[in-house]
Design a binder for this molecule. Sequence first.
Ligand code: FAD
Length: 372
Amino acid sequence: MPDFRTDALVVGAGAVGLACARALALRRQQVVVLEAADAIGQGVSSRNSEVLHAGIYYPTGSLKARLCVAGNALIREYLTGRGIALNPCGKLVVATSVDEVPKLEALHAQAKANDVPQVEWITGAQARVLEPALRAEAAMLCGTSAVFDSHGYMLGMRGDIEDAGGSIALRTPFERASRDPDGFVVQCGGAEPVSIGCRLLVLAAGLGAQAVASGVEGFPAALIPQRHLAKGSYFALQGKAPFARLIYPLPVHGSLGTHYRRDIGGVARFGPDIEWVEGEDYGVDPARKPQFVEAIRRFWPDVNEDALVPDYAGIRPKIHGPGEPQPDFSIQFEGSHGLGGLAALFGIESPGLTSSMAIGAYVADGLLGTKG
Ligand SMILES: Cc1cc2nc3c(=O)[nH]c(=O)nc-3n(C[C@H](O)[C@H](O)[C@H](O)COP(=O)(O)OP(=O)(O)OC[C@H]3O[C@@H](n4cnc5c(N)ncnc54)[C@H](O)[C@@H]3O)c2cc1C
């Protein structure tokens, strides 16, 4: 017998777990969120670009494309309604040479196929009217791309969960789950180990997704995708921010490319780059600076490399290795793993933050049978 029961238990209090818990709580489920760390939003959700993506990059019809476009609109409305900081600055994706124009054209076609609103092709001259310091042969203006306060967003969702009668248990790691006739019994560790019975179980553990799924009794090992870690480092610019909009080069394999943003506090940052790693080390190697300078100079020739300082790093929870095709988000329900009441999420890398609120609705609807 578990120590107590709840309707739904969510593992992980990052943006995605909180959004799933909020969506379930708003659908009248009693929700408990388990978080191993001592605060919400300390995982991948605290080490990213805080960009609301438009949805231009992903294959049409994929979860990434659909949930990113939907999530962008949902989060934008949520932030505006709550007075949480949002800078609707828009973004320029640039072809920095004639050679890159066909790639930008393909991306523009992809954006159109994905029904991304407010996407406009502009010439290099038009781009320089918007951003005089920019080097661009041509550019795509994405009006719905934005920068926002992701921690304010997560705090807002925490408040919604608690207002709806749910709770968040910090310093409470998931250890394992077994089946019982009413659903699952989850064993939690920490200073006061407890067992919780639940009808619905959501695994949204970010970098811990594989470890958590392997602790669920009956979860088919063959359905747990291999974990790959791709680190992304950032450098900050000391001094005045050179552009008002987000500036992105063309994407490279596994990453959207080392881009520019002026964050919500006005600091100019460049990154993330991509480095395949074995462990979770968040140090930024100053020796990566020459590669940053080279990447930045392509779209901002005037960059002063002495003003660039190592900043922070994040790690992408990937489910593909270097050179392998980039898969969609993996969100598994009973139809794939056979365990009724379970949603297991893997590979929630970018645009996971943007998609989070739409992922929450998708998971809640999938578990409660209201859709899909
Ligand atoms: C460098 C970088 C830049 C990015 N930029 C963007 C961007 O600009 N826009 C965008 O949309 N997306 C971006 N992303 C992706 C985005 O950050 C992630 O998709 C998103 O934050 C994932 O949220 P999550 O809740 O799934 O994971 P997390 O935030 O990592 O949350 C998972 C939580 O689970 C907890 N946990 C793990 N194991 C256990 C356990 N056993 N028991 C209890 N709790 C556990 C962890 O402590 C963690 O808090 C970026 C990612 C990276 C790495």
